[in-house]
Structure formats: structure tokens, C-alpha cells
Design a binder for this molecule. Structure first.
Ligand code: FSO
Ligand code: SF4
Length: 545
């Protein structure tokens, strides 16, 4: 195996025996083969589109499959074997249909398109030859993988939007094009151009998800979220999928079973539609990487709706359920919803009834809900505070949390920020400082949480709104600094989206991605002023200058 797609990759170089995330070598290889097969399917799907065929089912399969390969989503060998079989079948069918129609397939003769096999042994042998290292040139590999990770993150966001009935064929078409481009001998300029184009579709993807979420559940509102527990049996829901949460809340209503959020599901509390459920109690615990300890103490069943699964400990393994793109051998999986129906969570609810109530981890509450609509409604107040000098600078500290001790930098940085600065956050990075009492500036809290990682879109809209309010020509003239923590591929698409919107001088930490070669880093530094982090003191000086 060779995988370097996330920030925690071994030695900041690459996982080669077993993932730091717990992904085994055989699963990593099968994921590589699945991606390879998606490239082949895309070659035929592009042809199919040219002749007017409806590709939507194929596009959804590509999207879903990409999502299953992101960090901490799916660890299940059997799942990937079955998915490879399915994609091979789809690929073959597509080829046959196109041949029957007399479509010229001479430009779709790449091995990724024509390769097929029947046995798992053949899959495993092939997988070893089509991974990341199959591209020898370090810079080409870097740009190809940057693009692949961008579309993986994008696919995850599209998946959440699709669950609510929203999709965009143009974005699917770009994903196909991007996948195929990684099999072509393109110039560096051409590859860079597609990577940047991916950022454009990143903005579109986050916009469609924002529309899906806010149209379905209302605009996030300023909300106090309870951190304590009640004395009832309960279910903990994690991940990002709001539709799963809705189904779960509907089905637990009146059963005596409470529901708490974990990790990235925290922002669900900000949506008006979920406030009507009396049993939707609060947020339990912290970011994804603390789940081993926190799931143990929760005592009840846990539902993982998207990525963020850490291989479970035996002590609570029987209480963890997966659904959607998530998978782990031995965990119970809740099947997809049938058209127009809800997912059936009754097994989890019955399980909860037999469990003790959660052990309390903390008390108190935190405030969030500062997505674009809320901040726009406060715009006058915010603009006034900037004009009067009450707010000197905003710090976008969106992104991810993770295991590395070096991430304590973000807690220290938040504590060290001058009192006349405001943090704009989204994603699980917030857990590094959302429970510090950083106070407020004239009633505006010093930590404004917009929501999940995809709600970084809100932060971009807020920046654009401020640009307008201050009548500036360039978003980089605003008193906003970007000190972003990244972990996995959704953060990659967020980064590409920000670059597309023209944001410069983003600092990324705790380390720069291992998949960026020195030359690719140079392109990003020269064109976008991308930088890393050093230490709180020096960085603070640099940002405040
Ligand atoms: Fe991931 Fe980052 Fe959304 Fe976190 S991009 S790691 S769990 O911020 O939030 O999925
Ligand atoms: Fe390693 Fe990250 Fe890949 Fe897991 S996802 S195998 S930790 S690089």
C-alpha cells in the first residue's frame, strides 16, 4: 500500500504498511483499484454523454464510490470487493451499449477502461500496480493526487446534498473529466488549470449543499447547545448527514430515547427544523479523534453517518452502527432508504432502550449558528465594529481537528489572539477552542461557528459580503487572516474552493500535505502565497503585521 491522502500520514511521507487511521494494506490497495476503475468508467461515461445517454446512475455511483475512499469512511474489505465487482459490471455494460450504438471508442482504450477481472486474487494483483506510486514523476503524481483528493472531498459534499434531493449534472461531468485527466499526459500548466477548476466546482458543490440544507431545514440560527446529559437512554449520532439525523429524530420521538450529536454533527443544533424535537438533547464530547474514549462513556448506541470513524474498541464495538458510505467489518450497517421512505433505525432505538444513560463528560453550553444568513443579519453591527476599531482583525480558523499534539498550537493561538480579534470557524477544528471562554466584542462572540466543514462556504460568503460593505476591490484587502487546520480530503476541496475565490496567503497546518511535491508547493506559494505554520508567537506577529 501507499497512501498519503491525509495530514496524519506516517512520518509526513506516506503510510506503507497500515494506515495511521487504521486502514489495512489490502483495503488501501482495493481503494486504489476502485479509483482506477472509476477513471475507466468515466472514460465511457463521457462518451455516453456525447451521444445523449442518461448517465445519472453512473455519476451517482462514481460519487458514492469516491466518498467511500476518503479518510475514516470505510475500512471494510468485503465492501470494496463488492464495489469493485459492481463498478466492473457497470463499466462493461456501458462499453457494450456504446459499441452496440456504433460509438467510436478508439479514444477510450486506456487500461483503466478495458481492464476487467473476475477473482479477488486478480483484483489484489492489479491493485498493486495502479496506486499512487504508479505515476513516477513526483510533480505529476502530486498534481494528479491533489486533484483526486479534491474530487473525493467534493463527492462527499455532493453525497450529503443528494441525500436531500439536490444534485448538479455539471459537477458530475467535471468529476468525470478530472478522473480521466489523471490518466492523460498533460502539461504541468494543464494539470494546474484542472486543479484550480476543481476549486470552482468545490464552490458550486458547497453552494448546492448549503441550498439543500437551508431549504430543507431552515437557516442556522444563533443557538446555545447543551453539553451536559440527561438521565435517559440515548443514541449518539456522528458524521455530517442531516437527512439521517432527521430520520433518527422522527423515529425516536416519544420513545423515551434521547439523541445527542458528536463531532461534526454538532452544527445540526443550529437548524430551526431540529429544534422541535424535545429529545434532541445536546452535543456529547468533542472532535472525531476522541471517539474511542467518548463512545465508551456514552453507554448507548452510536450511529456513524459519514467519515470520521476510528476503528472501534472491543469495549463498545457492539454499540456502533454504520450507514451510507461508512463501513467497518463486523459493525452493523443500516441500509439505504428506499425511494420516498426513511432509513429504518428501529434496531438502534431498541438497542438504546437496553442501555444505561450517558456518563456526563462536562456541563455548560456553547454558542454557534453563525452561518451566512445570521452574519448577514448582523452585518451592520460587524461593519460598525470594524470601522470603530473594536474589531481589528478576523481569523478564519476553519478546518479539522486531529490526534497530533502539534494541533495544540491552535488552542494556544486562539488564547493568544488579541482581544479585539474574532475567530471565524467551521469544521471540527473548532473543538480546539470552542470551549475556551474567549468573550465577546460588543455582543459579537469572539468565536463565530458557521457549522460543518462544508459551511466554510458561509465563511467565504461572509468575506465577500464584507468586501462589498467596505467597497473594496479585492477580498484580500479585508482585515481577515487565514490560519487553517486540515486533516482529510474535504479540507482539500475547501482549500481549492478558497483559492478559486481569490483568497491569498492561506496558512495551512499543522503540516503541509505530504502529497504536495516541493515544486507544487512552489507553484502554490508563488501564485497564492500559501504558507505553513511555525509557532504561535512568530505566526501571530506575521498575521498581525
Ligand atoms: Fe473532515 Fe475536517 Fe468535516 Fe472534520 S474536513 S475532518 S470531521 O473538519 O469536519 O469532515
Ligand atoms: Fe495513512 Fe491517512 Fe491514508 Fe489513513 S488515510 S492510510 S492515515 S495517509
Amino acid at each position: 500500500m501507499f497512501c498519503y491522502q491525509c495530514q496524519e500520514t506516517a512520518g509526513c511521507k506516506g503510510c506503507t504498511h497500515r494506515g495511521v487511521c487504521g486502514k489495512t494494506a489490502d483495503v488501501a490497495n482495493l481503494q486504489d483499484l476502485l479509483i482506477y476503475n472509476l477513471k475507466g468508467i468515466s472514460m465511457y461515461a463521457i462518451k455516453a454523454e456525447e451521444v445523449g445517454m442518461d448517465n445519472i446512475a453512473v455519476d451517482r455511483l462514481i460519487m458514492d464510490s469516491l466518498f467511500t475512499t476518503i479518510t475514516n469512511a470505510n475500512f471494510d474489505r468485503e465492501f470494496f470487493i463488492e464495489r469493485i465487482k459492481e463498478t466492473l459490471e457497470v463499466k462493461e455494460n456501458l462499453r457494450k451499449v456504446l459499441e452496440d450504438k456504433g460509438v467510436d471508442l478508439s479514444s477510450a482504450k486506456h487500461d483503466a477502461a478495458v481492464w476487467t477481472a473476475d477473482t479477488v486474487e486478480e483484483f489484489e494483483a492489479k491493485a498493486k500496480t495502479v496506486g499512487v506510486l504508479a505515476t513516477e514523476n513526483e510533480d505529476v503524481r502530486s498534481l494528479r493526487e491533489l486533484l483526486i483528493y479534491g474530487v473525493k472531498g467534493l463527492a462527499a459534499y455532493l453525497h450529503h446534498a443528494y441525500a436531500l434531493g439536490y444534485e448538479d449534472k455539471n459537477i458530475y461531468a467535471f468529476i468525470r473529466k478530472a478522473l480521466v485527466s489523471t490518466t492523460e499526459a498533460l502539461s504541468v500548466d494543464e494539470m494546474v488549470a484542472i486543479v484550480l477548476e476543481c476549486g470552482k466546482f468545490g464552490v458550486d458543490g458547497m453552494a448546492i449543499l448549503d441550498k439543500a440544507n437551508t431549504t430543507t431545514y431552515g437557516h442556522p440560527e444563533i443557538t446555545k447547545v447543551n453539553l451536559g446529559v440527561r438521565n435517559n437512554p440515548a443514541i449518539l449520532i456522528s458524521g455530517h448527514d442531516l437527512k439521517d439525523l432527521e430520520d433518527l429524530l422522527e423515529q425516536t420521538k416519544g420513545t423515551g430515547v434521547d439523541v445527542y450529536t458528536h463531532g461534526e454533527m454538532l452544527p445540526a443544533h443550529y437548524y430551526p427544523a431540529f429544534k422541535k424535537y424535545d429529545n434532541f438533547v445536546g452535543n456529547y464530547g468533542n472532535a472525531w479523534w476522541k471517539q474511542n474514549e467518548e463512545f465508551e462513556k456514552f453507554n448507548g448506541p452510536i450511529l456513524m453517518t459519514t467519515n470520521c470513524l476510528v476503528p472501534p474498541k472491543d469495549s463498545y464495538k457492539d454499540r456502533v452502527y454504520t450507514t451510507g458510505a461508512v463501513g467497518f467489518s463486523g459493525l452493523k450497517h443500516i441500509e439505504e432508504r428506499n425511494e420516498g421512505k426513511s432509513k429504518d433505525f428501529s434496531i438502534i432505538i431498541e438497542h438504546a432502550k437496553k442501555c444505561a444513560s450517558p456518563t456526563e463528560l462536562e456541563k455548560g453550553e456553547i454558542v454557534g449558528g453563525f452561518a451566512h444568513n445570521t452574519v448577514f443579519s448582523l452585518a451592520d453591527k460587524v461593519v460598525e465594529a470594524v470601522k470603530s476599531g473594536a474589531i481589528k482583525r478576523f481569523f478564519v480558523m476553519a478546518g479539522c481537528d486531529g490526534r497530533a499534539k502539534s494541533r495544540n498550537y491552535y488552542t494556544d493561538f486562539a488564547k493568544a489572539l488579541p482581544k479585539d480579534t474574532v475567530i471565524l470557524t467551521a469544521g471540527c477544528a473548532k473543538y480546539k477552542y470552542n470551549k475556551l471562554d474567549l468573550g465577546d466584542i460588543g455582543g459579537i462572540p469572539r468565536v463565530l461557528d458557521a457549522g460543518q466543514c462544508n459551511d466554510s462556504y458561509s465563511l467565504a460568503l461572509i468575506a465577500l459580503k464584507l468586501k462589498e460593505a467596505f467597497e473594496l476591490n479585492d477580498v484580500n484587502e479585508l482585515p481577515i487572516s487565514y490560519n487553517i487546520a486540515w486533516y482529510e480530503q474535504k479540507a482539500v476541496i475547501v482549500l481549492l474552493a478558497l483559492l478559486h475565490l481569490g483568497v491569498k496567503n492561506i496558512h495551512l497546518g499543522p503540516t503541509l500535505p505530504a502529497f504536495l511535491s516541493p515544486n507544487v508547493v512552489k507553484v502554490l506559494v508563488d501564485n497564492f502565497g500559501i504558507g505553513g505554520i511555525t509557532n504561535v508567537e512568530d505566526d501571530m506577529k506575521m498575521f498581525m503585521e
